[in-house]
Design a protein around this ligand. Structure first.
Ligand SMILES: NC(=O)c1ccc[n+]([C@@H]2O[C@H](COP(=O)([O-])OP(=O)(O)OC[C@H]3O[C@@H](n4cnc5c(N)ncnc54)[C@H](O)[C@@H]3O)[C@@H](O)[C@H]2O)c1
Length: 320
C-alpha cells in the first residue's frame, strides 16, 4: 500500500494515476486548499476515484492526529510526500502558508515515517533550492543559493528529512524536480497560463522579456523516474535531480506554441520579477545512472499532448 500526499495536485494526481494503472493500491491525501481552483483539483480526483485501487482522504497534514490514525490503519510501506505550497512569487506575499504547508507538514510526515518505520520514503523538494548558479548543468552537490522563501522552506524540509531519517534504516530519497509541465498542470505556471489566456483571447505577461531559460520536464517522465526509484533500495539518503536536461528559453516555448496553435496571441513583455531564477538547467546524469532511464519526452511532443488535453478539457470547464 502506497501513501501519496498532495494527490489532488498536479504531480500527485499523475503519480497516483500511474500507480493505480499498474494495479498498485494507493491511499491519497490532500487538504484541497484554495491556492488555485478546487473544482480543478476535484476534476483530477474524480478521475482517480473511478479506479478501485484508489482511496481518498481529505486531510490537512498539519493535523497530526488525523494523519497518525491513517498511518496506524494502513501501515504504509511506501510513502511519497508530494504535498506542498508551491510557487515562487506567492512566497513573498504569503510566507506563512509556506512555513505551514512545507516545513510544518514535512515535520509531521517525517515524524510518522520514523515512528511507523516505513520502508521507503521519497520527499519532493525542488530545483529552486539551487538559485542562480555560475556553472551549468547543475549537479546535486552544487551549493544551494535560494533566492526566494519557497526555496528556503524546501531547504529546511530537506534538512528535516536528513536529520530525522539518516541512519534510520529507511530507504529515503530527496528528489529535486525541474519545471514540470503536462496535462492537468498547475494554473499558476507558464504553460497552463498561456493556454488559458489564448483560449480567452487575453494578453499574457511574459517576464524578463522571455529570456529566462527553463529545464522543462514532462510530468510522465517525472512519475516514471519516481516509480523506478522505488525499485532501488538505499541505505544512506540519496538526493537526485529530476530533469530532462534540455533547457530552452521562454521565447522558444512561445514559438513552439505559435506553430502548434497557429493563432496570434497577445504578449506583454515585462522586466524580470524578484525571486525568479535566470536559468534552470540540471544534470540528470546521477538519476540516469541510478535507474537507467535514458529517453525523455521531447518538449514539442509534451506541449502537443498538453495542448490537446487542454482544448478537450476547456470545452467543458473553466480553469483559474
Ligand atoms: N510543478 C513543478 O514544476 C514543481 C517543480 C519542482 C518541485 N515541485 C514540487 O512538487 C510537489 C508538487 O507540486 P505541484 O506542482 O503538483 O503542486 P500542486 O499545488 O498542484 O499540488 C500540491 C497539493 O498539495 C496539497 N496540500 C498543500 N498543503 C497541504 C497540507 N497541509 N495537507 C494536505 N495537502 C496539502 C494542495 O491542496 C495541492 O493539491 C511540491 O512539493 C512542489 O514543491 C513542483
Amino acid at each position: 500500500m502506497y501513501l501519496v500526499t498532495g494527490c489532488a495536485g498536479f504531480i500527485g494526481y499523475h503519480m497516483c494515476n500511474y500507480l493505480i494503472k499498474k494495479k498498485i493500491k494507493v491511499v491519497g491525501i490532500d487538504s484541497l486548499n484554495k491556492y488555485y481552483s478546487i473544482n480543478f483539483k476535484n476534476d483530477r480526483l474524480s478521475i482517480l476515484k473511478k479506479n478501485k485501487n484508489f482511496t481518498f482522504y481529505k486531510i490537512d497534514i498539519c493535523k497530526k492526529e488525523n494523519v497518525d490514525k491513517l498511518f496506524k490503519k494502513y501501515k504504509f510501506q511506501k510513502i511519497l510526500h508530494i504535498a506542498a505550497q508551491p510557487g515562487v512569487i506567492y512566497s513573498f506575499k504569503n510566507p506563512g502558508i509556506y512555513k505551514r504547508n512545507n516545513i510544518d507538514a514535512t515535520k509531521v510526515i517525517v515524524d510518522l515515517v520514523a515512528k511507523y518505520k516505513t520502508k521507503q520514503f521519497i520527499f519532493f523538494s525542488s530545483s529552486s533550492v539551487y538559485g542562480d548558479q555560475k556553472r551549468y548543468p547543475i549537479k546535486e552537490n552544487f551549493s544551494l543559493k535560494p533566492i526566494n522563501y519557497y526555496a528556503k522552506t524546501k531547504i529546511e524540509c530537506e534538512s528535516i528529512v536528513q536529520k530525522k531519517l539518516s541512519g534510520a534504516n529507511i530507504s529515503t530519497k530527496i528528489v529535486r524536480p525541474f519545471t514540470v509541465y503536462g496535462p492537468f498542470g498547475r494554473p499558476d505556471m507558464l504553460i497552463l497560463k498561456l493556454l488559458s489566456k489564448i483560449n480567452e483571447n487575453k494578453k499574457i505577461d511574459i517576464f524578463d522579456y522571455g529570456k529566462q531559460i527553463r529545464d522543462f520536464t514532462y510530468v510522465n517522465d517525472i512519475v516514471k523516474m519516481v516509480f523506478k526509484l522505488y525499485k532501488k533500495k538505499n541505505k544512506s539518503i540519496k538526493i537526485l535531480n529530476l530533469c530532462a536536461s534540455k533547457p530552452i528559453s521562454i521565447n522558444q516555448v512561445l514559438r513552439i506554441f505559435e506553430n502548434k496553435i497557429k493563432k496570434n496571441f497577445k504578449i506583454s513583455f515585462k522586466k524580470k520579477r524578484k525571486g525568479e531564477m535566470k536559468k534552470t538547467f540540471g544534470s540528470n546524469k546521477k538519476v540516469q545512472r541510478y535507474i537507467n532511464l535514458r529517453k525523455f519526452t521531447n518538449i514539442k511532443k509534451g506541449i502537443d499532448e498538453t495542448v490537446e488535453w487542454f482544448f478537450k478539457y476547456s470545452k467543458k470547464k473553466n480553469i483559474h
